[in-house]
Structures are given as structure tokens and as C-alpha cells.
Write a protein that binds this ligand. Structure first.
Ligand code: 13P
Ligand code: SF4
Length: 306
């Protein structure tokens, strides 16, 4: 840890009345300098309620955009504009509009990993933490278009028994965590509990490998492992989560299914870039008011569901 850099950031945060929000896939030192670390749902909730004037978002572009939509009067900064998301990039607003044109009575459910333009066309947003509860509460008689993650969509279908139209998008990091990797890691740690993120390509279809697997959002994993009886866990998601899991469950052991499951977009954010963001007021995320207003409705419906 670069203490000088760390202190400069803390100092500037106070001077600027700024808050740093970080996703659990961020570098360890970025998580350590943040005021709040969490999953997409927790970060959206925190962004919605903060009193800070400036939000520095240590995460990827769609997350900073979400914070900007929820806080139109605040300054939202992302330390690197290139921090994107391969999953969000799989779908655009015209793709969603085309489905809506063919299904005028349909409901569009957008995973939070989407651009503001896509959210503006959605009826409701979801995260991996609340997708099942949100979909379970939707009108039974209307068709649903679930975008963009097909593995999360398939998980929601299995949990709710509700058939949906799924957009065939995937995250390149989680899609690379499949049956082969899972099987080999589970056989090395036969007594460990298995925690899997629903974006993984195997997802709940792989439950025959370990029927008591826990399919959870990143923050769900942190909470569950704190109170579980087990001392060892095999973890299927981006490896940045290990820092948080180990911090909140000292003494327990966590084994990633795949050590190379690294999101290069998440890792673009560094302490140096966070300092630059605070010094130079960069890079501001602004969403067109008419898009933001529509997207805000879908996000607020999401935040309301636990
Ligand atoms: P969580 O919603 O579980 O944080 O994970 C989403 C993700 O993949 C962020 O990129
Ligand atoms: Fe997007 Fe996947 Fe990276 Fe999450 S891990 S930000 S879904 S590319």
C-alpha cells in the first residue's frame, strides 16, 4: 500500500466532500481506500442516499452512470473512462426497442449491467441479488424480455418457473467459469461449500455437481460465509471478491474456481487514477436528462426490492 497516496486521497475526499464507492472486484488497495464496498445493488443504494457532493465511482462505466442517474445534481466521476463491461456491450437500445415493437404488452427486465439508453427502455432493473424476487412479482400474463445476461436469465427462469425471452449476452469473465473448472476445483476441496455467481456459464444447470451450491451475488457471498458453519469455500466469480471474503471471515479459507477470472475493466481503476480524478475533477459522467428520467424509474423500482 502506498501510504502517501492513500493519505492524499483521504485528504482530498474531505476537502471536496467526496465519497468513494467501490465494487468488490476492484483491486485490494482500491477497496481499502473506499468509503463503501459492495455489490451492484448495495452500490446503487449507497449512491441513492449519500450526502456527499462528489461520488468517485471505483467500478465500471454502467455503475457510475447508475450513480449519475440517481443523483442528477451531484458530480459523479469515474477515474478511467475505458472501464467498460463486455456484458453491457452486448445489447443496445435499438435491440430492446425492436422487441418492444413486437411485444407491445411486454415487460422489459434489464440487469443493471446495461447502458443508460437500455435502462431507459426497461420497465424494471435488477441485480444478481434481487432478480429472482423482482421477476417473481411481475404480472403473470405479460411476456418478459430479460436482458442481457442469458445465464442469470436462465437461473431466474429455474427459480421462478417463469419462461422469459432471454437476450443471449454473457460476461466474458463469468462465461469462462464452466463445468470443467468447477468440477476440478470441487474435487480438490471435497469438504468446502460452493458459492457461485449466477453469471457463470455453468450456473444452476451445474447443481448436479454440488446440489447444495449457493448461487449468490458478490455481497450475498460475503454475508453467507460470515455466518456459515463451513471453514472452507470454493468461489466461482471474479477473484477480486476474495479480498472482501477474507477480510470479513478471518480464519476461513476461500479457493477461487479459476485464478485467471479477472475483469480487466474493473482493474483499470488504480489509486493514482483516483487521486487524479479528485484533483482534476475527471472524468465526469453525465446522462441526458430525458434518458436519465426514464432510467431512474426502472432503477428506483429495483432499489425498492431487497
Ligand atoms: P454483483 O451484482 O454480484 O456485484 O456482480 C455483478 C458484476 O458482475 C459486476 O460486474
Ligand atoms: Fe462486466 Fe463481467 Fe467485468 Fe462484471 S465482471 S464488469 S459483468 S465484464
Amino acid at each position: 500500500m502506498n501510504t502517501e497516496l492513500f493519505e492524499q486521497i483521504q485528504d482530498l475526499k474531505k476537502k471536496r466532500n467526496a465519497i468513494i464507492l467501490a465494487h468488490s472486484y476492484q483491486r485490494d488497495e482500491v477497496q481499502d481506500v473506499a468509503d463503501f464496498v459492495g455489490d451492484s445493488l448495495g452500490l446503487s443504494r449507497e449512491a441513492a442516499k449519500t450526502d456527499a457532493e462528489v461520488i468517485v465511482f471505483a467500478g465500471v462505466h454502467f455503475m457510475a452512470e447508475t450513480a449519475a442517474i440517481l443523483n442528477p445534481e451531484k458530480t459523479v466521476l469515474i477515474p478511467d473512462l475505458e472501464a467498460g463491461c463486455s456484458l453491457a456491450d452486448t445489447i443496445s437500445a435499438p435491440d430492446v426497442q425492436a422487441w418492444k415493437d413486437q411485444n407491445p404488452d411486454g415487460i422489459v427486465v434489464a440487469y443493471v449491467n446495461t447502458t443508460a439508453d437500455v435502462k431507459a427502455l426497461a420497465d424494471v432493473c435488477v441485480t444478481s441479488a434481487n432478480a429472482v424476487s423482482v421477476v417473481a412479482g411481475l404480472d403473470q400474463d405479460r411476456p418478459i424480455f430479460f436482458v442481457p445476461d442469458m445465464f442469470l436469465g436462465a437461473h431466474v427462469e429455474r427459480e421462478t418457473g417463469r419462461k422469459m425471452n432471454l437476450w443471449l449476452g454473457e460476461c466474458h469473465v463469468h462465461a469462462g467459469i464452466g463445468e470443467k473448472e468447477i468440477n476440478s476445483r470441487l474435487s480438490e476441496h471435497a469438504n468446502a461449500e460452493f458459492l457461485i455467481h449466477p453469471e457463470c456459464s455453468c450456473g444452476s444447470a451445474c447443481l448436479y455437481l454440488k446440489p447444495d451450491a449457493k448461487i449468490m451475488s458478490t455481497e450475498g457471498m460475503v454475508r453467507y460465509s460470515q455466518t456459515a458453519d463451513a471453514d472452507e469455500f470454493v468461489v466461482a466469480t471474479e477473484v477480486g471478491i476474495l479480498h472482501r471474503l477474507e477480510r470479513f471471515s478471518p480464519g476461513k479459507r476461500f479457493f477461487p474456481v479459476k485464478e485467471s477470472a479477472v475483469c480487466e475493466y474493473m482493474k483499470m481503476i488504480t489509486l493514482e487514477k483516483i487521486l487524479d480524478a479528485l484533483v482534476n475533477d475527471q472524468f465526469k459522467i453525465e446522462v441526458q436528462p430525458e434518458i436519465a428520467e426514464k432510467a431512474r424509474r426502472a432503477l428506483e423500482s429495483m432499489i425498492a426490492v431487497g
